[in-house]
Design a protein around this ligand. Structure first.
Ligand SMILES: [Zn+2]
Length: 425
């Protein structure tokens, strides 16, 4: 009797579990067929009409005009939409809610790594819903919280984009803090690794790789002292040997020149880069992840105006973006969105940066490329994500209008598929 009962219970419970799985994601082996009215290829800035995309086990298995829909496939009709690879942001801080008036110090005191991870998961869901299917989180994530977020998302425990993480930010003494009282010790090591010589930089890179980083991030010029060419080169050598890219927070001037000459893969921010340095970036193949904050975001981030008047600052960022595009610097879309404006979630704030690209006169096609193909290349995930082609991960979004004609169409993402799972329809 006992055995029979347990068989009966199993017989009931197993289908219930299966039903839950089917509800949240297609069952293993199940094919989904998407009727794509207009398929956008950001790499070539072209649209092909009347395509069928077959998706199975999280991957695109076929794309074309005459693809046969297998019997039993779930069919999604997007014949009136524009489809493209999921959007990417190469500079996020999903565990942070920050403004310069409060500063980092209070966050370190008040928020545990667990709290930061929970915020990160919440943010991850918001940014996936607006169409971002991959982001690079560049530090300020407490004690490696983003590594845990990335791993939890990979296990499918929560809904979110692919998250790459840089681990702790490597910086000259003090990280991005200033004048912590000596009695408090090296308070900033919660989020930064001090590295003040070639050997210390190498060790810090190795520590981050050990704890699970997918890329390396340095801050160079947050103090009166900045990294030398040799220190940047050491970081690049160590990271590249492990297959990781290096990007460096630097605003401009001689510190930026050293970052470029040291062989970093990318410059984060670069707000005050001269034409000469942008030209040097072009020659060396250095990426720019420009993070051009809109004025309204700057006002929230920096209420005291430490950086300058929000409008004037934003105008400088637009001008630098315009010059970088004109010179032909490789650019990956990155926002650095770190705080929430009332009534907007983080994903909506990330889309506000489209206004800056428009204001700089960057054509919609180039902006879309920076948000997909180019971001994937910079983040070194372009062999698995960032295009709609056979064998690629099924990260697909759709809009009701053509983003190659007006990039603001991305504010109306109406369909999101992440690794084959429909998360918005
Ligand atoms: Zn940042």
């Amino acid at each position: 009797m006992k055995n029979q009962k347990s068989v009966w219970v199993k017989g009931l419970v197993f289908p219930l579990i299966l039903a839950a799985i089917v509800f949240s994601a297609p069952a293993f082996g199940q094919t989904t067929a998407i009727r794509a009215g207009n398929l956008v290829d950001p790499a070539s800035s072209t649209v092909v009409k009347g395509q069928i995309i077959l998706v199975k086990d999280g991957k695109i298995v076929e794309v074309g005009p005459g693809v046969k829909v297998p019997a039993g496939a779930e069919v999604i009709d997007l014949t009136n939409a524009w489809l493209m690879p999921g959007l990417m942001d190469a500079h996020t801080h999903i565990t942070l809610d920050f403004d310069m008036a409060s500063g980092f110090d209070i966050i370190y005191l008040r928020e545990s790594s667990a709290m930061r991870a929970l915020r990160g998961l919440r943010t991850a869901e918001d940014i996936l819903q607006v169409g971002f299917t991959a982001v690079k989180d560049v530090g300020n994530d407490a004690n490696y919280a983003a590594v845990d977020i990335r791993d939890a998302l990979r296990k499918g425990w929560f809904i979110g984009p692919t998250v790459l993480t840089t681990g702790k930010i490597i910086a000259p003494f003090g990280g991005q803090t200033h004048r912590i009282a000596p009695e408090q010790g090296y308070f900033w090591l919660f989020e930064y690794l001090d590295a003040d010589s070639v050997d210390e930089v190498r060790k810090a890179v190795r520590q981050n790789i050990y704890y699970g980083a997918d890329a390396i991030k340095l801050v160079s010029d947050n103090s009166a002292f900045h990294y030398t060419v040799e220190e940047i080169r050491a970081a690049a050598e160590e990271a590249h040997a492990a297959g990781l890219a290096v990007s460096v927070h630097v605003l401009g001037g001689e510190a930026a020149r050293k970052v470029i000459l040291g062989g970093a893969d990318g410059i984060d921010h670069g707000f005050y880069l001269s034409d000469e340095l942008l030209q040097l970036m072009k020659e060396k193949g250095t990426w720019l992840i420009g993070t051009e904050f809109p004025a309204a975001h700057l006002e929230k981030l920096d209420p005291a105006g430490t950086l300058g008047k929000a409008n004037e600052e934003a105008a400088k960022y637009i001008d630098r973006l315009k010059r970088a595009y004109k010179i032909g610097v490789k650019m990956a879309f990155g926002t650095d969105s770190v705080s929430n404006l009332p009534g907007k979630n983080r994903g909506e704030m990330m889309l506000d940066y489209l206004d800056m690209w428009d204001a700089a006169g960057v054509p919609a096609a180039a902006t879309l490329k920076a948000m997909t193909t180019d971001a994937a290349e910079f983040m070194r995930i372009n062999k698995v994500r960032g295009s709609i082609a056979k064998g690629m991960a099924a990260d697909i979004v759709a809009t009701p209008a053509n983003p190659l004609e007006n990039i603001q169409a991305l504010r109306q993402v109406s369909f999101v598929m992440k690794d084959g799972q429909v998360v918005k329809k």
